[in-house]
Design a protein around this ligand. Structure first.
Ligand code: KIV
Ligand code: ZN
Length: 509
């Protein structure tokens, strides 16, 4: 069996997808989950991009011990210094440098000749290597580069000390045959390649990122770069869960395995979706709501007779909890801890107290608390912002043919404040009241509301995307069995994140 390393770039390339930006607390929470998932490398960010990016890479490097922590850097000393400063405290640090090697990128973007590109790679990889023992070099747009020149670039990188060479299909243009041919070519034409890790990084513009990555594994790649739920620049990156489960389920074919703990896949996917507010499509392979559902009678009959007739994997292999009735209003903290731990969540005492208080409040309104309810409460915990504005009360008067009004009372730093507004509907009125009270001028980019479970007393989860003047979109989520309350909570949650990001650094920490 070949051991394939999983390089997760959810927090770097993944965060580049529109609407997927995360704050420091969310990135740390996600990194902790990726460590539990058992990935080999976490690319924590692009340290030079902003002080916030630097801080999050550094915080993740300080916290994570079970895997390598990498920061991206362009081929400049400034970028490499920032990357090293951010990751040097990691148990296993890596600097990931990149430079484009395709003719179109060199001519129009870099305005560099081939000779300049090769010498920059040699110089900057050597510089990174003088700081860090683990250096990855990526030839951006490798799949559209001239293969002999690409081989020259990787040879220069390896001669200068690169431990990993990465072959990106940056624009998602290649086919599986082309990608596997390229890996074979490089293995034959790059001196020293046998001593280096061969990585692939495929984008999904033509829907072939996973197939391309797997074809490269067949051709000898030893590391695959991917993201949870396949998020990433444009159409996204290769999806981690699909790569890992394809290698596991078709071990006979790929003769390869990863160290990923597949029972953590579903939780990782849900956590990311909760943080970004980007829903998982129902038909998404491995983690979609329908991925293990059998609708047709013929299929159901087959599965009852022998599950293997139509099932190639078990939902429990990826950690999907059985959604049975679990707890009620008389259940205690111990039962809650047991149930959460059987679902794979291990919370600290403080976190459990928080979830228990919300569980009790929910049990007063809802007779039966299911696994999905508990999952929603547990995931929503990461959005709670005790330092920002808290909702004290709301009174909404809504109807057809009458003015819709909302009176919102908030508490901030111990002080209560109240505002009333009229709007085109109850939510418009509520959001206007909050904006007016806090002196905000923000745009509601999108709003969605979904039932977490079935039934008339289901929890409604609202997700808002708020755009502020800085061009960043902030995601807020709110939960309640009352959909107006969950919407107001979601809006306030987004507002709190936005105000926190705008606050001076001293106030934030
Ligand atoms: O897609 C790409 O080429 C990248 C590199 C920086 C690895 O993300
Ligand atoms: Zn990429």
């Amino acid at each position: 069996m070949n051991r394939i390393k999983i390089f997760d770039t959810t927090l770097r390339d993944g965060e580049q997808s529109p609407g997927c930006n995360m704050n420091l607390k969310e990135k740390i929470e996600m990194a902790r989950q990726l460590e539990q998932l058992g990935v080999d490398v976490i690319e924590a960010g692009f340290a030079i991009a902003s002080p916030m990016d630097f801080r999050s890479v550094q915080s993740i490097a300080e916290m994570v011990t079970g895997c390598t922590v990498a920061s991206l850097a362009r081929c400049t000393k400034g970028d490499i210094d920032a990357a090293w400063e951010a990751v040097k405290c990691a148990k296993h640090p890596r600097i990931h440098v990149f430079l484009a090697t395709s003719d179109i990128h060199m001519e129009y973007k870099l305005k560099m000749t081939r000779e300049q590109v090769v010498s920059t790679i040699s110089e900057m990889v050597a510089y990174a290597r003088s700081l860090c023992a683990d250096v990855e070099f990526s030839a951006e747009d490798a799949s559209r580069s001239d293969p002999p020149f690409l081989a020259e670039c990787y040879s220069a990188a390896i001669a200068s000390g690169a431990t990993v060479i990465n072959v990106p299909d940056t624009v998602g243009y290649s086919t599986p045959e082309e990608m596997s041919g390229l890996i074979t070519f490089l293995r034959q034409h790059v001196p020293g390649i046998e001593g280096a890790e061969i990585s692939v990084h495929c984008h999904d513009d033509l829907g072939m990122a996973v197939s391309n990555s797997l074809a490269c594994v067949r051709a000898g790649a030893t590391q695959v770069e991917c993201t949870v739920n396949g998020i990433g620049e444009r159409a996204g990156n290769a999806s981690l869960e699909e790569i890992v489960m394809a290698l596991k389920t078709r071990k006979d074919f790929y003769q390869a395995e990863t160290a990923v703990c597949t029972g953590q896949i579903y939780r990782s996917s849900k956590l990311l979706s909760s943080i970004t507010g980007v829903p998982i499509p129902p038909s998404k392979a491995i983690v979609g709501a329908n991925a293990f559902a059998h609708e047709s009678g013929i299929h159901q009959h087959g599965v009852i007779a022998n599950a293997r007739t139509y099932e190639i994997m078990n939902s429990t292999d990826v950690g999907i909890p059985q959604n049975t009735m679990v707890l009620g209003k008389h259940s205690g903290k111990h039962a809650l801890r047991e149930k959460l731990s059987s679902m794979g969540y291990s919370l600290s005492d403080g976190e459990l107290d928080e979830v228990f208080a919300r569980f009790k409040a929910l049990a007063d309104k809802k007779k039966v608390i299911t696994g999905s309810d508990l999952e929603a409460l547990t995931l929503n915990r990461i959005h709670l912002n005790t330092a920002g504005c808290q909702l004290v009360s709301h009174v909404v008067n809504a109807g057809y043919g009458v003015p819709n009004t909302s009176c919102i009372k908030l508490r901030r730093s111990g002080k209560e404040m109240e505002e009333v507004a009229i709007g085109s509907g109850p939510l418009d009125a509520s959001f206007k009241a909050i904006n007016r009270m806090l002196g905000l001028n923000i745009k509601l980019d999108s709003f969605s509301l979904n039932a977490v479970t079935d039934g008339e007393d289901a929890i409604g989860e609202a997700v808002v995307k708020l755009a502020s003047g800085d061009g960043i979109v902030y995601t807020g989520t709110g939960l309640s069995t009352d959909i107006i309350e969950s919407s107001i909570r979601a809006y306030l949650n987004g507002v709190n994140k936005l105000m926190e990001a705008a606050a001076p650094a001293a106030e934030r920490s």
